[in-house]
Design a protein around this ligand. Structure first.
Ligand code: ADE
Length: 233
């Protein structure tokens, strides 16, 4: 397979052993073997400047938890300066929600640097000084940014040319055209007293297309009405 260029990803984390995780299997792993993309992890703790490997401290103003120190993060970032046409993202529940549209844009760049937050968060001065974009993968709290980084990387890598064989698939899946995908069926014809909708067996391609569009809309209206009314981001 001919690959034009490799999409490079650098992850700054306190837990490099959490990678590649699920990215070491299936589609993402095959694409990495084919040099569609590559991953390097950087251990933030290697940039601590005391003998204890201190990376965090208590928050100014009080409160629970520990905050990642800006000078440690700054050194880790500056030793791994991303390319000009790279996205620079910090994963945090405070960030803007990740969308399929944002993922598409990320996949058109040359590379991606991800900082994984831990503990109660990271010092805001680091986020601002290195112009990082804050992104959240959903309205729930993970114990750190690492699982979120794996979600983000997986969703980007599958859009890179050379990862998927059938690009036509991508055009019909959920969130394309702001609707959920229609339900799918396969053999056997009869299973536990249920059969697929007649129209799917008809061979009438126009009727099948119409049924799928209607079902997409119906399911989106009942499950995710906000998708229909929200502008694309
Ligand atoms: N870190 C903790 N929770 C997170 C979330 N929901 N999204 C991104 N990073 C996180």
């Amino acid at each position: 397979m001919k690959i034009n260029r490799t999409y490079n990803i650098t992850v700054l984390t306190l837990f490099p052993e959490m990678f590649p995780g699920s990215l070491g299997h299936s589609l993402a792993a095959k694409a990495r073997e084919n040099r569609v993309w590559d991953l390097q992890t950087v251990n933030i703790r290697d940039f601590a400047d005391d003998n204890y490997g201190t990376v965090d401290d208590v928050p100014y103003g009080g409160g629970p938890g520990m905050i990642l120190k800006p000078e440690v993060l700054g050194r880790a970032f500056d030793a791994n300066i991303p390319g000009k046409d790279w996205d620079k993202i910090v994963l945090t529940p405070r960030g803007k929600p990740l969308t399929q549209n944002r993922i598409k844009k990320i996949s058109t760049k040359k590379g991606l640097l991800i900082v994984c937050g831990r503990y109660e968060g990271l010092d805001e001065r680091f986020v601002k000084s290195r112009s990082l974009e804050e992104i959240s993968i959903g309205d729930y709290i993970l114990s750190g940014g690492e699982p979120a980084a794996i979600v983000l990387i997986d969703s980007v890598v599958r859009l890179l040319s050379g990862t998927l064989k059938e690009t036509a698939n991508i055009c019909e899946e959920s969130f394309e055209n702001s609707v959920l995908e229609y339900p799918q069926y396969t053999r056997p014809l009869h299973w536990e007293g249920m059969t697929p909708p007649e129209v799917l067996l008809s061979g009438d391609h126009a009727a099948i297309k119409k049924w799928r569009e209607e079902k997409s809309l119906e399911d989106t209206k009942s499950r995710r009405p906000e998708l229909i009314f929200n502008e694309k981001k």
